[in-house]
Design a protein around this ligand. Structure first.
Ligand code: PPE
Length: 317
């Protein structure tokens, strides 16, 4: 009989080191779950994506409290009842970074229903919590950052709010993103642009979208997209730089004729867009505003601009 490696013993290409699991730090190999885990069958998990950056005062987590709060909000939307406070989530994250002596990392906290019962209702399932820290570089590849990413409008629409709770970073929601991402990559693009069911631009598979036209920066308005923490950061940085910023709905053709388009997210940071549906955006290269904004963002997250120090939580040792 062919042997399939047990999912619990498969070695992972990821190097998470020590993982916080239900109140203690355990080696990655021991941080495993049952195949009867409710979340594995029904997508009943909520997660966050957070980054810590190297600064002159050691590693610092960017907008930690907002991410921990959004994790709790995501759980609330699903009707989960975590017993942890926002402070306890912050502390678990900081402790995991310290235990792994990370200088910079991507942080993935996850809350999920366990294997205590099978069936759609999670009424008898316990909530579990983990935090993993991973070394992670640029999200959409170096080339996307320097030359601009190539986007394709997805044949998959972003789920609407009456079908999926799109303001929750729920595991199940990401099937939509996985389908769109695979389709884009298989067709030779770096990222998908997802429209909502009315045809308005929603977001990327893991990023919010901005465009620049005649000196005004337009942030795609909140609808079925995630309330991005990076989006909020960029809006504030742009206003502080004297840029006029507006929230707007937009159809895909409005992006085609923008001077610049860029995407934002914890993983993607600020990623310029070179083309959408094979149409060059502006001259078809990474735009100067997006590149300047990326530079500014990287200065802020690494503690180089004291005016934004309030967004940094120093990990300490
Ligand atoms: N939209 C979606 C659908 C999304 O997943 C993210 C984050 C954003 C917008 C931007 O949100 P914020 O990080 O708060 O600015 N995507 C996370 C997961 C990426 C992944 O591949 O996994 C992230 O960037 O960490």
């Amino acid at each position: 009989m062919a042997t399939t490696p047990s999912p619990n013993t498969t070695t992972s290409a990821l190097d998470a080191g020590l993982i916080w699991l239900d109140g203690q730090l355990v080696p990655q190999e021991q941080a495993t779950v049952s195949v009867l885990t409710h979340a594995l069958h029904y997508g009943t998990s909520v997660f966050e994506g957070i980054r810590a950056y190297e600064t002159e005062r050691g590693p610092a987590v960017f907008r930690l409290r907002e991410h921990s709060q959004r994790l709790l909000d995501s759980a609330k939307i699903l009707g989960m009842k975590p017993t942890m406070t926002v402070e306890e989530i912050d502390q678990a994250i900081l402790e995991t970074i310290r235990a792994n002596r990370r200088k910079s990392c991507y942080i993935r906290p996850l809350l999920w229903y366990g294997p205590e019962s099978l069936g759609v209702s999670p009424a008898r399932n316990l909530l579990h919590f983990m935090v993993a820290t991973l070394p992670w570089g640029v999200y959409l590849g170096e080339e996307a950052v320097t030359k601009g990413a190539k986007l394709i409008t997805s044949s998959w629409r972003r789920s609407s709010g009456d079908i999926m709770p799109t303001k929750s970073k729920a595991g199940g929601n990401y099937v939509n993103s996985v389908l769109a991402k695979e389709e884009a990559l298989e067709n030779g693009y770096e990222e998908a642009l997802l429209l909502d069911k009315e045809g308005f631009v929603a977001e990327g598979t893991g990023e919010n979208v901005f465009f620049l036209k005649n000196g005004t920066l337009y942030a795609i308005a909140h609808s079925v997209n995630l309330r991005g923490i990076t989006r909020d950061t960029i809006v504030q940085l742009a206003r502080d730089m004297g840029t006029l910023v507006e929230n707007t709905m937009a159809t895909r053709d409005e992006l085609y004729t923008a001077d610049e388009v860029f995407m934002t997210g914890t993983a993607a940071e600020v990623t310029p867009v070179a083309s959408i549906d094979r149409r060059p955006i502006g001259p078809g290269v990474a735009g100067p505003y997006a590149l300047a904004m990326r530079e500014r963002y990287l200065q802020v997250v690494s503690g180089k601009l004291p005016a934004y120090d309030r967004w940094l939580t120093y990990v300490g040792g």
